[in-house]
Structure formats: structure tokens, C-alpha cells
Design a protein around this ligand. Structure first.
Ligand code: SF4
Ligand code: SF4
Ligand code: SF4
Length: 294
């Protein structure tokens, strides 16, 4: 019965049952079905990651398509079908197999796979398939004045400082600092202080691009390292006229020629505003190096 409900999560009555089950699990009941749902969620994120990378590389991706993916990820986040890796990372640090939703070693392998994929193709998980990122990205689309943070050093410094605190609190005192931000309560629709804190983060996201991702998320800090050396990236070509329009449009200040794209969420804004066809492309870094060398 439970498995049938999970197989059709969009059915409204099924959603209510799913949420009730999730709340029960949160309160402490063991439920294998939740673990299966998380495994399915991870497979979903991995498969969609590959599809998104293919669509980007074949130039079939559009901003509208991205918004559809974001809405799906957000909806699936509420059904725990889309993995909330920051939370699972915290559970891993706390050595909490129940929070991870399965054996710790599998969760560690899942996180490593996501890091490897980000090294190959960039931060598609962060861009489109993390429910926390999707909620902030959708909020950022609101047509209200935006606050730009031109300096890249201090957001990274704050996030790495939080990362150190997060690891120390987890390892030494078994304290999960992410609980303070209400991610899990928000997606389980548990009305608590944390729920309203995350809601406040979403309100800030209307004006400041992805505040949780850029200033707090410990997984975001780690994934920014492989993203710097990712094999596929957005690159300028010889057709670029150096007009700077893409740099103005980039919400994370990652669109300059020399930027490593550590904080590129593949939002597509730069590509949308570029006035020259083919001046900005998502491609394999090696291909570009090869062409420039010839
Ligand atoms: S930085 Fe963290 S919260 Fe943001 S999208 Fe990536 S994993 Fe999710
Ligand atoms: S606008 Fe910036 S963050 Fe968005 S895809 Fe372009 S470089 Fe990446
Ligand atoms: S918007 Fe296009 S043409 Fe202008 S600087 Fe960026 S890549 Fe070059």
C-alpha cells in the first residue's frame, strides 16, 4: 500500500499520506519506505543531472526549461524525493544513519558521486536539483531590486568559517548546526522556529541571490572546490566582443573571462543576455584549450 502511494506521489491524497509518514519518521518511527524514497530521490537527481548537462552541451537548454526543473525539484523536495544533500551531509558528520536515510557508507558514496559529477559538469545539482537551492533560485526570479555582492572573498570566508564550526560542532559535540536554519522543518512542513528562519532566508533571497548557498551551506563550500576545475564550463569564444553584459547579469560575479566558476549555479542569465551568437558557450574545457593552441 505504502509503496503504491510512493509510486504516485502527485496524487493529492497520496501526498497527505506521504507527509504524515514523513512526520512520523521525524518523530522517531522506523520506516524503510522513507529510505527507499530517498534512494529514488538520489537516482532522480543523478539522472536529471546527466540530462541537464546533455541539454546544456547540445545547446537545447532554455531558461524556461530551467524554471520547470526548479519547480519540479521544489515540489519533490516536499515529498523527500529530491535529496537534500546539505542535510544528509550533516547527518553523515553526526554519524546519524537515520537522518541520512540509510547506511552511512552509502550516503558518503552518494555525496562523493555528486562531487565527482560536479567536477565533470559543474554545479547542476546545486543549480537545479537541490530543493534548498531551487527554492532560493525561484525566489530570486521575483522582479524586485537586487543587492549585488561584488566581492567574492567575504561570502566564501563566511561560508568556510561556518563550515569549520559546523564540522567541529558535529564531531566534537554532536550538534547539527543546520537545524538552526530550518531546512528540514520547512520541507516537512513542520511549523517551528526553524521553519520561519528558512522562510526568512527565502524572503532575503528575493533581494540577495542564494544567501544560504553562498554564505552558509557546508556542502556548497566543498562542492565549490571541484567546480573550480570542472571539465565542462561556460566559456567565452573568439566571437566575444568584451561588452561586459554577461558580467552585469551574473548574480555571483562569475562571468568574467578568468573566473573559475566555483560559484556558477548555471542559471543561464549570462547566456541569455549575451548579444553575440556563439560568444558564450557551455563546453568541454579541453576542447577550447585545444582550439586556442592550434
Ligand atoms: S549550495 Fe547547498 S543549499 Fe545551495 S544548492 Fe548547493 S547543496 Fe543546495
Ligand atoms: S550568470 Fe553567472 S552564475 Fe549564472 S550561469 Fe552565468 S556565470 Fe554562471
Ligand atoms: S556578453 Fe557575450 S560578447 Fe559580451 S562580454 Fe559577455 S560573452 Fe562577450
Amino acid at each position: 500500500m505504502w509503496e503504491k502511494t510512493l509510486a504516485r506521489p502527485a496524487f493529492p491524497f497520496g501526498r497527505i499520506i506521504v507527509k504524515r509518514r514523513v512526520v512520523e519518521e521525524y518523530k522517531g518511527d522506523s520506516d524503510m519506505a522513507i529510505e527507499e524514497a530517498r534512494a529514488l530521490g538520489f537516482i532522480y537527481a543523478l539522472a536529471m543531472f546527466c540530462i541537464a548537462a546533455y541539454l546544456w552541451h547540445s545547446k537545447r537548454w532554455t531558461r524556461k526549461m530551467g524554471i520547470v526543473f526548479l519547480v519540479i525539484t521544489l515540489a519533490l523536495g516536499f515529498l523527500i524525493f529530491s535529496p537534500i544533500i546539505p542535510w544528509q551531509f550533516q547527518s553523515l558528520i553526526l554519524r546519524d544513519a537515520r537522518g541520512v536515510g540509510g547506511p552511512l557508507v552509502i550516503a558518503a558514496a552518494g555525496i562523493l558521486v555528486m562531487l565527482a559529477m560536479s567536477f565533470l559538469f559543474g554545479r547542476f545539482y546545486c543549480g537545479y536539483f537541490c530543493p534548498v537551492g531551487a527554492a532560493q533560485e525561484l525566489a530570486s526570479l521575483a522582479p524586485v531590486p537586487k543587492v549585488r555582492v561584488e566581492n567574492k572573498i567575504w561570502p566564501a570566508t563566511i561560508r568556510w568559517m561556518f563550515f569549520v564550526l559546523f564540522i567541529l560542532a558535529g564531531y566534537l559535540f554532536s550538534i547539527g548546526l543546520l537545524r538552526l536554519f530550518g531546512i528540514r522543518d520547512f520541507f516537512l512542513l513542520i511549523i517551528s522556529t526553524g521553519f520561519f528562519i528558512f522562510l526568512a532566508i527565502l524572503v532575503i533571497s528575493l533581494f540577495l541571490y542564494r544567501p544560504f548557498c553562498r554564505f552558509i551551506c557546508p556542502f556548497g563550500a566543498i562542492v565549490s572546490i571541484p567546480a573550480m576545475g570542472s571539465r565542462f564550463k561556460i566559456e567565452r569564444t573568439g566571437a566575444c566582443i568584451s561588452c561586459g553584459t554577461c558580467e552585469q547579469a551574473c548574480p555571483t560575479n562569475e562571468a568574467k573571462k578568468a573566473d573559475l566558476k566555483a560559484e556558477c549555479y548555471l542559471c543561464h542569465r549570462c547566456l541569455d543576455v549575451c548579444p553575440v551568437d556563439g560568444a558564450l558557450v557551455y563546453r568541454r574545457v579541453k576542447e577550447q584549450e585545444g582550439r586556442e593552441g592550434t
